[in-house]
Ligand binder design. Structure first.
Ligand SMILES: Nc1ncnc2c1ncn2[C@@H]1O[C@H](COP(=O)(O)OP(=O)(O)OP(=O)(O)O)[C@@H](O)[C@H]1O
Length: 477
């Protein structure tokens, strides 16, 4: 069990900070891991993190240290999460996206572009025996709702928990990525749909938490099981002191919602690191959409890295101190990424669910995974989640937002899935007929010569037929 990786990053002073405070800064470098911070009111503090990126550090340094190992692991089927955290205007989006996702010189490219490059680098060096499929979903949590940035009609996506996939966003759009250039176009399209506003600290401030979810599906040759990895990049909205920024109206409501979800995140980190260990310790993941989505990243099967973005200006020393304290506390969180779980089933959820119908469904899925292609397994998993939704349409975590919209969205998605189910069952029936015909041919062979070979053939085909019939029966009429 390892701790999550926590780094601090200080951006250069902004022109406004220079104008008001000259060149003075509130931090003093000690080495690559340690620095001291001076706050006029609270005094001097020394912080040590896995790595500190000072004002002159480059984007590539952040990627290489913080993200590259996680990208590599995601390609091997180990889940990963990279989070940027900090006050508004502290450099979270700069670290994540760079200056401009499509038109950015090499030096300024942010984590997102570099992560995509990393995926495709690993694919090209992996040889032909493994086939990878990478898909991207983009959502934002805005005013307490999860919106699909690739399909704005999905403006209140539900969060579900499946034993096989862990925490998932039900019905979210997943776009396949075929090459880096195309992937950046897709990203740029999603980014254009985000909620952006203006704060006193930042002209183009993110007013929502943005999540970039990459799923990496491996298909190996017939004898080896493929793996499934998930890498989530999270660009959190910035916290701000309402009295300091003087936000009003909508901006005030947005800031309040952002601060509330960040407090919920703080509470989860606190419960994970301060409370008693063991089952008795309640972790309040369900207090916000943000913490619910990050449940796997914070308390489960994921390699997680946190980049604490800070201003070095004395005018923001209090906010910087608060960001660094959050990072220091998060450093104590233990993570236990597990590759095995992503071979047999998708992400593992550490909170042990009570034995339910999910268990038998997962066992069935495990069995069929050995025989079917990855696409088909994904399709079956989607169906199993639909089944859960239909049997338990209103789980506790979503009860705070059980508006009509959610119900309508669920019904429409369920109908769509039922249509897919019907098509799937038809396909299975068709395959069953084909197999029957082949068995008849094989039986005729048995009647003639070559009896031993043909009998084996029949035996194998009969097994396949039984399996298909069980699947048909399992999915209903
Ligand atoms: N390391 C850096 N080097 C150069 N400029 C930076 C750096 N970090 C941030 N900046 C600049 O500082 C400004 C604010 O940064 P950014 O938008 O990334 O803040 P943020 O933390 O995402 O804020 P918000 O939470 O309000 O969205 C931008 O103009 C950005 O280009």
């Amino acid at each position: 069990m390892s701790n999550i990786t926590v780094c601090a990053r200080f951006r250069p002073l902004s022109s406004r900070e220079r104008r008001d405070y000259g060149d003075s800064i509130c931090i003093q470098r000690i080495d690559d891991e340690t620095f001291s911070l001076k706050d006029e009111k609270e005094g001097d503090f020394k912080f040590t993190f896995d790595r500190v990126f000072y004002e002159t550090s480059e984007q590539v340094d952040v990627y290489t240290f913080l993200a590259r190992p996680i990208v590599r692991d995601a390609m091997k089927g180990i889940n990963g999460t990279i989070i940027t955290y900090g006050q508004t205007g502290a450099g979270k989006t700069y670290s994540m996206e760079g200056v401009n996702i499509l038109d950015c010189d090499e030096q300024k490219k942010g984590l997102l572009s570099r992560v995509i490059d990393g995926f495709f680098e690993d694919i090209s060096s992996s040889g032909e025996s493994i086939k990878y499929t990478i898909k991207l979903s983009m959502v934002e949590i805005y005013m307490g709702k999860v919106r699909d940035l690739f399909d704005l009609s999905k403006d209140n996506i539900q969060i579900k928990e499946s034993k096989s996939e862990g925490i998932l966003l039900y019905g979210v759009t997943k776009i396949p990525l075929l090459d880096p250039a195309e992937a950046l176009q897709k990203l740029s399209h999603g980014l254009d749909n985000r909620a952006v506003g203006e704060t006193q600290m930042n002209m183009g401030s993110s007013r929502s938490h943005s999540l970039y979810i990459f799923t990496i599906q491996q298909e190996m040759n017939k004898d080896i099981r493929g793996k499934y990895g998930k890498l989530i990049l999270v660009d959190l909205a910035g916290s701000e002191k309402l009295e300091k920024t003087g936000a009003e109206g909508r901006a005030f409501e947005e800031a309040k919602t952002i601060n509330k979800s960040l407090s919920a995140l703080g509470n989860v980190v606190c419960a994970l690191t301060c409370g008693p260990t063991g089952r008795g310790n309640h972790i309040p993941y369900r207090d916000s959409k943000l913490t619910r989505i990050l449940q796997d990243a914070l308390g489960g099967n994921s390699r997680t890295a946190l980049l604490c973005c800070c201003s070095p200006s004395p005018s923001n020393a209090a906010e910087t101190l608060s960001t660094l304290r959050f990072g220091a506390r998060a450093k104590h969180i233990k993570a236990s990424p597990n590759i095995e779980s992503n071979e047999d089933k998708h992400a593992k959820v550490l909170i042990a669910p009570s034995p339910t119908e999910d268990d038998s469904r997962d066992r069935t899925l495990d069995k069929v995974r050995v025989q079917l292609h990855a696409e088909e397994v994904n399709w079956l998993q989607e169906l199993s989640i639909v089944q859960t939704t239909l049997s338990h349409p209103n789980p506790a975590e979503d009860s705070d937002s059980d508006s009509e919209g959610v119900m309508i969205c669920t019904i429409v998605s369920a109908r769509h899935a039922m249509e897919e189910l019907a098509t799937g069952v038809e396909q299975l029936k068709h395959s069953t007929k084909e197999l029957r015909r082949t068995i008849e041919v094989a039986e005729r062979l048995v009647a003639h010569e070559n009896a031993v070979n043909a009998a084996q053939h029949v035996c194998f085909l009969e097994k396949m037929l039984n399996r298909l019939m069980r699947l048909v029966a399992w999915f209903g009429p």
